[in-house]
Design a protein around this ligand. Structure first.
Ligand code: ZN
Length: 606
């Protein structure tokens, strides 16, 4: 203990001052309150009088948490001297939340805090999900790779074009990030990036050859050896590039996916994440077979209640129960969010994948207006989106007009329809759905603002999903869909709406789900619990007031592009690797975040 104290006291000072400085600290400690050993530990940070919810799910208790050299060193009734003391009276002290499904791959390069996840108590974020990462990337192909991220995750190309690609390989990308971070970031290697790197434009035309698969395996191996938390693939049939062609990862056959997953088995590290895994799992258990073959955890999107497929979440749950009973770890992700889209007809993802409507949405505003005025087009859209003659759609349910609410009208005469559903407006006007919708689009020059939400609208279903032990809570999609939606507040929403108001689970259980469960799933074995020896990622919040606040529009992206902000209330402080990052919602200026690396990387360096 004494040696550690000496190092602590003199670390930043020149060598010749070492003795004097050490004496000073020991004397100071002696004068304050000698322990049984005669010397008190001097802490970097002492959080006092908190209600400690430690992430294990065990009962909360009153006490102090002490931090030194980035780690938790003691929990209890503590009185040692400390550089910094925070009074947490009446507040909860918990492990920092883990925002486990994000797309900050680009944003992190200009925003090391990864806002607005950090505002809601996240101390770690994980991105590279759904097969989309920004590495590896060949020189000269940066713009094309960005397009995949841009269209799927709705981040404008004008923003992504400002990115400076100072990396090519995945290890280079990780090293680059590691020098400038507010929060901790974990990275997954995206199958789409790997496939494009190896196959070029053929990645959206065909399956891969044996040699190409070997080359892809090498890239995944390099990334995993450099510490990536895992591999991300995709089976999401609704993910397109800006030209309307399905994402590269969707073109892979099972052989390719299993070959890439096998690299993780070989290195015995990491997890596999899949976008759109729900359909694939229900169809032929692809997710659980992948987990069984590799021995790795598989997480996939998603377990949720949706009007698009009534009754499906119960069937899905029954299947996951059977998989888990066999000892296989293939878990769906779920969210306390309703998942809503704000959009105008100038720019929407709502009608993607529909044969007639999708190409119109990709055309210019002038062409859109022309199409929408054409009675022939309207007839086809009616057949496609009202009668569903071509079968069900990817992004809308069979009565989507009942879940689409007019937010803001442009013309004063249409303001009477605000807060009404499209179905209600059509009825009031005595028109068909398509005529009503497109007449509004034309007379308001495509600028009418709509809110569309048909997921997680049944509270009883959501309560069952959130308390389901075989699903992982998260799925904020932070950094993605920036112009349409905001899921940053999943943690504060769970704590306010589902714990405080609806009481579907205890505070201890909710914290465990936001911390220990994600940390364990993603292989972050030194985080997600408050225990001596664990890394000091901590959030302090007021359990009586914590909640997400109403959405705002801000223009703080490069080029002044807009995005949706979801502010938080009741988060008093977040501590990352032992340093205070945010205090009452304000950044302290510290950049204590690190790249989170897997067990293989840490084992080699130990
Ligand atoms: Zn995603």
């Amino acid at each position: 203990m004494i040696l550690e104290q000496i190092r602590y006291a003199v670390a930043p000072r020149p060598r010749r001052l070492r003795l004097r400085a050490t004496d000073g600290v020991i004397n100071q400690a002696r004068n304050q309150a000698p322990s049984a050993k005669g010397i008190m530990m001097a802490y970097d940070l002492l959080i006092r009088n908190g209600r400690i919810v430690d992430g294990s799910g065990m009962p909360a208790f009153r006490g102090d948490v002490a931090v030194k050299d980035g780690k938790i060193v003691e929990i209890g009734k503590l009185s040692g001297p400390a550089k910094r003391v925070i009074d947490a009276d009446g507040r909860v002290v918990a492990p920092g939340f883990i925002d486990n499904h994000c797309h900050y791959d680009a944003q992190v390069t200009w925003d090391p805090l990864c806002s607005f996840s950090c505002d809601h108590g996240a101390t770690s974020v994980i991105f590279g999900n759904c097969s989309l990462s920004l590495a590896p990337v060949r020189k000269g192909k940066e713009e094309r790779l960005s397009e995949f991220l841009s269209y799927v995750e709705a981040i404008p190309m004008e923003v992504l074009n400002t990115l400076e690609f100072t990396w090519e390989t995945f290890p280079q990308y990780l090293d680059q990030l590691d020098h400038h971070l507010g929060v901790n970031v974990g990275n997954l290697i995206g199958h789409t990036a790997v496939r494009y790197y190896v196959m070029g434009d053929d990645c959206q035309r065909r399956t891969a050859t044996e040699d190409e698969i070997k080359e892809m395996q090498d890239l995944v191996r390099d990334g995993m050896k450099a510490g990536a938390l895992g591999l991300s693939v995709s089976r999401n049939q609704g993910h397109f590039d800006p030209q309307g062609v399905r994402m590269p990862a969707i073109w892979a056959d099972e052989k390719e996916i299993f070959a890439l997953g096998d690299v993780l088995r070989e290195l015995s590290t990491g997890l596999i994440q899949s976008g759109g895994g729900n359909g694939a799992e229900m169809k032929d258990a692809l997710m659980s077979r992948l987990s069984e073959a590799t021995g790795r955890v598989v997480v996939y999107n998603n377990l949720g209640q949706t009007m698009r497929r009534p009754g499906q979440w119960q069937k899905h749950m029954a299947q996951v129960d059977a998989t888990t009973a066999k000892g296989i770890r293939a878990f769906p992700m779920c969210t306390p969010n309703r998942i809503t889209d704000y959009f105008t007809m100038r720019n929407t993802q709502t009608f993607r994948g529909m044969t007639v409507w999708h190409p119109i949405c990709l055309s210019s505003p002038e062409e859109m207006l022309k199409s929408y005025a054409d009675p022939e087009v309207r007839k086809k859209l009616h057949e496609e989106a009202i009668e569903f003659k071509n079968g069900p759609a990817i992004g809308i349910c069979s009565t989507w007009w009942d879940y689409m609410v007019l937010q803001t009208a442009v013309l004063p005469k249409n303001q009477q329809y605000e807060a009404k559903t499209l179905g209600e407006i059509a009825k009031a006007q005595g028109k068909g759905i398509i005529d009503c919708f497109l007449d509004l689009a034309i007379e308001e020059n495509l600028d009418t603002e709509w809110l569309h939400g048909e997921n997680n609208v049944d509270d009883e279903a959501v309560a069952k999903i959130l308390t389901y032990p075989n699903a992982i809570i998260g799925l904020s999609d932070g950094g993605a869909h920036v112009q349409f939606q905001s899921g940053f507040g999943f943690s504060t929403r769970l704590l306010s709406e589902w714990v405080r108001e609806k009481q579907v689970m205890s505070l201890e259980q909710a914290v465990r789900r936001l911390t220990f469960e994600s940390a364990s799933t993603f292989g972050l074995y030194d985080r997600g619990l408050l225990r001596p020896g664990m890394v000091a990622d901590i959030v302090i919040f007021d359990p009586d007031t914590v909640r997400p606040l109403p959405l705002e529009v801000v223009h703080d992206f490069p080029t002044g592009a807009k995005r949706i902000k979801e502010p938080a209330q009741g988060i008093m402080a977040t501590v990352v690797n032992g340093e205070v990052l945010l205090e009452d919602g304000k950044h302290t200026g510290a950049l204590p975040g690190r790249v989170l690396r897997n067990t293989y990387y840490q084992g080699i360096r130990a």
